[in-house]
Design a binder for this molecule. Structure first.
Ligand code: DGJ
Length: 726
């Protein structure tokens, strides 16, 4: 890992473990991008100077440089780059929105710049800072490139300083911009809708502009911020690919544009539709952090790069030595909970060997359904006669930990909070407020709202032994304007809303340091790196049908490690009488931290014993699932099945899973090749007793698809003896 600033050559070279990134300050002023690829000794990089008629150039330098055709590190609106720009600034004194930032200086420093109020990656090793000046607005732009010792990831963000006397407005804000030259590429994005999150969409990129965006005030179920640009022929194991993500949870824009020369510009940021920011004289603004990674070995490597980065630099440290196996009340009872039911629920959890009971929605204020009470964070006296603390102590005395559901950002109009503060919700002057799930969105940009939340949660949970919060968020934002903000800052509402959310997250973690947070937004509506900074795991989807989950889990695995993906075994009928019905759901759930959502209070001993055995089995693989290296083998979008494996770093242990997402009338035979198996040793599958050589595993295990579907097969290979040679 290194940063080299070669002053004489005007070049800068960044190196991560396996990748290299090169730029040149052409003519000492233009930040031209030269290379992002695998580490090489070659330092003789040039950019394709495909000058085109109609492209503007500076007389002084002739056609050797045009902002329109050069691959650039960053681009500005209106100065001759006709491609989409990373930064657009409006100069209110002159009425102009053109800028031309000129490079002044490069420096490097240990660690990184902190981004006040926002989540960002920890444990950075070194940062490159490039400083640019715009002569007319007198603003200063600082571009940051942060490196991490152990990961092939480069993070990007910028600070804009208004050094002039007049106000300026940031009208478009992209944290990262990368120009990839001369490539026929595909875009792989993770889109869909509520209940079907992160479905994989692969499409060829042609000349033109493609925006993957969320205007919902959240990163959304509909379009996850993670995306990949890959060679058109790239597979899991082969070809070049680039992965991108954003450490942010609100509305965002990923913009991908292919220009006349075939250069692909990939940008990640707050965008131009849901973000607009007033920067007064002497003020500065730092963008959220965006990250990028490169692989010369296919898309699988992009995922593994992202997994290790998220685990090492984004996720909070685990609160417990092992993730608790939870029993959640939602699918078991919905709002129909009370003290006795929850205590009996806890007893049944103990019988099954589970670690924690989570009391979901319906425990506070007048919240007996989704029409009332949201916002009133007072435990219901009707449900808990002796108070929350006594109730929680009763639950814990059965031998389980205790988790609780909260939804701090929302309010039902039928609530004491809304009656007292109707002005504390997002809304636009003179416009009707729209409901979604009978609720409105609190104005998290208003510090009074944050103070109210802190005070009421403080009081509600004072002295109560909480091990786990499930932080939910169940609607998107219409009329995303903060009544608290003055007119000139109104368009900062969505961004400032997120600052409020993150502030409350930080407070909750500090106030309850022994509790872990599971994030949820109607399932995986905020499955993003911003949330992952504060939440150990995320509820993957409200859809608990295992066959649907297979696709959701497959898509989620591209950008995010298994350790964040909450996987619960459920049954929509809430109760279960036949233990056989648990098997498929359990195999599907063995892809992340395990939990259950079933009413098992009156379940047969056979059901309870099956769960107990399942949890014992899960414990055997847990470390591999949480920390192992991950390989996808089959895609449920193409093969009708999902096959993948986790492998220990030294290749001595492999957990191979085959999950059929649909029936297969043709009963296709799938070959699952374990490329990480060690040659010349024998492995043993602890589930079937099968002994098999590493060479054979590399050639592949064959599995015949089941014609009726809902079929799963698992292998847990460990080295036979201590790795017997044959
Ligand atoms: C949506 C969540 O995704 C569910 O798991 C549950 O917590 C409900 N909200 C409760 O209202």
């Amino acid at each position: 890992m290194s940063i080299k600033i070669l002053t004489e050559e005007n070049k800068i070279i960044l190196k991560t473990k396996n990748t290299m990134y090169v730029m040149e300050m052409l003519h000492g002023r233009f930040p031209v991008h030269l290379y992002y690829g695998k580490n090489t000794k070659n330092t003789d990089f040039n950019f394709d100077n495909n000058y085109r008629s109609f492209s503007p150039y500076y007389e002084e330098y002739g056609k050797s440089f045009s902002p329109d055709t050069a691959p650039l590190e960053f681009s500005f609106f209106g100065y001759g780059d006709f491609r989409s720009s990373a930064l657009k600034i409006f100069n209110s004194s002159s009425g102009s929105d053109i800028t031309d930032f000129i490079f002044r200086k490069a420096k490097k420093f240990r660690g990184r710049k902190e981004i006040s109020g926002l989540p960002y990656a920890e444990g950075a090793s070194e940062t490159l800072e490039l400083i640019f000046d715009d002569a007319v607005t007198k603003s200063e732009l600082h571009l940051y490139y942060t490196l991490f010792n152990d990961c092939d990831v480069i993070s990007r963000y910028f600070t804009l300083k208004n050094k002039g006397k007049n106000d300026i407005r940031i009208e478009k804000c992209m944290s990262l911009s990368l120009d990839i030259q001369n490539k026929e590429c595909d875009l792989i994005s993770f889109q869909s809708k509520y209940f079907y999150e992160r479905h994989v969409c692969r499409e060829p990129l042609y000349q033109g502009n493609r925006r993957i965006t969320s205007r919902r005030g959240s990163s959304s179920h509909h379009a996850n911020p993670f995306f990949v640009i890959a060679d058109r022929k790239a597979t899991e194991e082969k070809g070049e690919a680039y992965g991108f993500n954003f450490v942010y949870s609100g509305s965002y824009l990923n913009e991908i544009e292919v220009d006349q020369n075939g250069t692909v510009r990939a940008m990640v940021g707050l965008g131009d539709e849901c973000f607009n920011y007033l920067l007064c004289a002497d003020e500065e603004f730092t963008s959220p952090e965006a990250i990028m990674t490169y692989s010369a070995k296919g898309i699988g490597e992009i995922s593994r790069n992202m997994h290790s980065f998220v685990r090492s630099h984004i996720l909070p440290a685990d609160v417990f030595a092992k993730r608790p196996v939870v029993l959640n009340s939602w699918e078991a009872f919905h709002f129909d909970i009370d003290e006795e039911t929850m205590v009996n629920f806890a007893k049944s959890a103990v019988e099954c060997g589970m670690d924690m009971v989570v009391m979901d929605d319906g425990w506070f204020g007048s919240r007996r359904n989704d029409k009332a009470g949201l916002g009133d964070w007072t435990p219901s006296h009707e449900l808990f006669k002796n108070g929350l603390r006594a109730f929680v102590d009763r639950v814990r005395s059965t031998g389980v930990k205790f988790g609780i559901w909260i939804e701090p950002e929302m309010v039902n109009p039928d609530s004491d909070l809304y009656r007292a503060h109707p002005d504390w919700v997002l809304c636009a002057d003179g416009r009707e407020k729209l409901l979604s799930r009978n609720q409105l969105v609190l104005d998290m940009a208003n510090p009074e709202v944050i103070e109210y939340l802190k005070a009421s949660f403080d009081k509600c949970f004072e002295g109560v032994n909480i091990d786990y919060f499930k932080w939910d968020m169940n609607r998107n934002m219409s009329h995303p304007e903060s009544p608290y903000l003055p007119a000139e800052r109104k368009r900062e509402s969505s961004y400032r809303y997120m600052l409020g959310v993150y502030e409350f997250f930080r407070w909750l973690r500090e106030r309850f340091p022994n509790a872990m947070i599971e994030n949820c937004s109607g399932g995986g509506g905020r499955y993003d790196l911003g949330m992952m900074k504060y939440s150990t795991q995320i509820w993957t989807s409200d859809n608990t049908n295992p066959q649907d989950r297979i696709k959701i889990q497959y898509g989620s695995s591209f950008g995010y490690p298994a350790s964040v993906m909450s996987c619960h075994v459920a049954n929509r009928n809430s109760e279960i009488s036949d233990p056989k019905l648990l098997e498929f759901g359990f195999r599907v759930a063995l892809n992340g931290p395990l939990g259950y959502e079933l009413n098992i209070i009156n379940a047969d001993a056979s059901v309870k014993n099956t769960m107990k055995d399942q949890i014992k089995e899960y414990r055997k693989y847990e470390d591999l699932i949480m920390n192992g290296e991950f390989y996808r083998l089959k895609s449920p979008f193409e093969d009708g099945c999902y096959a993948y494996y986790f492998v220990k770093k030294d290749n001595s242990e492999i957990l191979l899973s085959y999950l059929q997402s649909e029936s297969d009338k043709k009963e296709r035979v799938h070959r699952l090749k374990i490329s990480r198996a060690i040659r010349g040793v024998i492995y043993r599958d602890n589930l079937s007793g099968l002994e098999i050589s590493g060479n054979e595993l590399r050639k592949g295990i064959t599995i015949k698809a089941d014609k009726d579907g809902k079929y799963a097969k698992m292998f847990h290979f460990t080295l036979y003896g201590s790795g017997l040679k044959y």
